[in-house]
Write a protein that binds this ligand. Structure first.
Ligand code: MN3
Length: 201
């Protein structure tokens, strides 16, 4: 089942337009949910697993099940993560323990922002850039292709930007850099800090 966005479709204007949010949430995310449900229909024992469990175990499933499970559960997981990484509360900044960790790992918010922007720009084709906590307690910036996910035991995700073209094409056309600039205004640093504090690795 799809869950509603945690804000109105037009709440992120002018940085991300209403039509993009509607299509992204109601069509793109919904398609991953529908496709995942179709695969799980024939495998009742998988139906009680969480998205994280499905993704982690997909490697051990036969390829004709594991591949669609991993792609579609990944698509649902990543999109929910992305939408929860955004807020209409414009211009929040990292605070508290997460702000301190960013200072320690990157030498300050400005340096972090530059590095994260470069990573998001560098994704070839479709994918995501992530801020994650690594198993040693430090912060790292990584990118994933398509609907691959950065999950434990190696990474605990804190923040994500979707750089698939469908996330920005209607407003920013082919200019991913402009979308990334706009995206920084919308980062939900409160949710990011909550996630950082909940990381168990
Ligand atoms: Mn997307």
């Amino acid at each position: 089942m799809n869950t509603p966005l945690p804000y109105a479709d037009n709440a992120l204007e002018p940085y991300i337009d209403e039509q993009t949010m509607i299509l992204h949430h109601d069509r793109h995310l919904q398609t991953y949910i529908d496709n995942l449900n179709t695969v799980l229909q024939d495998h009742p024992r998988l139906q009680s697993l969480s998205l994280e469990q499905l993704i982690a175990r997909s490697d051990r499933m036969p390829a004709n099940v594991g591949t669609p499970v991993s792609r579609n559960a990944g698509g649902v997981y990543n999109h929910r993560f992305y939408f929860d990484s955004l807020t209409p509360e414009i211009g929040l900044q990292p605070e508290g323990a997460l702000a301190e960790a960013i200072d320690r790992s990157f030498g300050g918010y400005g340096a972090f922002r530059e590095k994260f922007t470069a990573a998001a720009k560098s994704v070839f084709g479709s994918g995501y850039a992530w801020l994650v906590r690594d198993p040693y307690g430090g912060l790292k910036i990584i990118t994933t292709a398509n609907q691959e996910t950065p999950l434990p035991p190696f990474h605990c995700p804190i923040l994500a930007i979707d750089v698939w073209e469908h996330a920005y094409y209607l407003k920013h056309y082919n200019k991913r850099a402009d979308y990334i600039d706009d995206w920084w205004n919308l980062v939900n640093w409160k949710n990011a800090e909550k996630r950082y504090l909940e990381c168990r690795i």
